[in-house]
Ligand binder design. Structure first.
Ligand code: ADP
Ligand code: MG
Length: 264
């Protein structure tokens, strides 16, 4: 048996792969990943989303695909599901909902291998990976198994979140994954009653961190109840309110990403 690191392999039919990442949970990775994928599809980029959060998959809920099961192609490869013009695959389609996944080590690697290499994607320009939090098994398996065009780091402007974001950046730097930039999420909240701006998690922590680390700031998504509500309803903001300022912020983010990795 060959020892050492696994060799990186291409994912059949998939062009560029971009990870939406942060070592911290709850900062909006899944919400950003799904809206980014939907924005890309609306900008004419053929896009898929792969939910790599095997412990807490969110994509089935976010795309209103809960309870759906993927079919197999003649070669026993998983056929992705489709929602709002985006192809999607998630461990959430393969294990019963609400039952916790208690895997580690080799089982994680096996599950990740299945998700990375045994999905029958149609020809895609872009595959977005919704990453789990942390800097552990899953992150290492992914970064060592496939070639990533880069990672978008999501963080709130809060110090605590930024510290974890930086830990994630360090790991990606170590394993040679290009950092495309950082996205500040859940920054300013504008009160729907009085119109006042409130900086719940701080104002420009991510911008400052970007300056400090010489990382590009890719965008800023305000804290808005609609984003949260649309996520729970399984119809993300880019689809549910396509002309609103929130959807436009995700479109601007996607344009910034496309520019960085030169997608058509
Ligand atoms: N910009 C935003 N405005 C309002 N709520 C948001 C925003 N971004 C994310 N959320 C909400 O924050 C929570 C955590 O987001 P999620 O995408 O699941 O984070 P992660 O994948 O990093 O754990 C969810 O309830 C989501 O709807
Ligand atoms: Mg998530």
């Amino acid at each position: 048996m060959k020892r050492g690191l696994p060799e990186k392999r291409p994912i059949t039919n998939v062009g560029k792969v971009v990870a939406v990442s942060s070592a911290k949970g709850g900062v909006g990775k899944s919400t950003v990943a799904v809206n980014l994928a939907l924005a890309a599809a609306r900008q004419g980029i053929t896009t898929g989303i792969l939910d790599t959060d095997i412990y807490g998959p969110s994509i089935p809920t976010l795309l209103n695909l809960e309870g759906m099961e993927p079919d197999l192609d003649p070669n026993n490869r998983l056929l992705p599901l489709t929602a709002y013009g985006v192809k999607a695959m998630s461990m959430g389609f393969l294990v019963p909902q609400d039952s916790p996944v208690a895997w580690r080590g080799l089982m994680v690697q096996k599950a990740m291998n299945q998700l990375l290499f045994e999905v029958s994607w149609p020809k895609l320009d872009l595959l977005i990976l919704d990453m789990p939090p942390g800097t552990g098994d899953v992150q290492l398996t992914i970064t060592q198994s496939i070639e990533l065009a880069g990672a978008v780091i999501v963080s709130t402007p809060q110090d605590l979140a930024l510290r974890d974001a930086v830990r994630g950046v360090d790991l990606l730097n170590k394993v040679g994954v290009p950092i495309l930039g950082m996205l500040q999420n859940m920054s300013t909240f504008t009160c729907t009653n009085c119109g006042h701006h409130h900086d719940i998690f701080g104002l420009d922590g991510v911008r400052k961190k970007c300056d400090q680390l010489s990382i590009k700031l890719l965008g800023d998504i305000p804290l808005h109840p609609q984003i949260c509500h649309d996520a729970d309803a399984g119809k993300p903001t880019v689809v549910s309110a396509p002309d609103g300022p929130q959807a436009q912020a995700f479109h601007a983010l996607m344009r910034a990403v496309a520019e960085t990795i030169s997608i058509p």
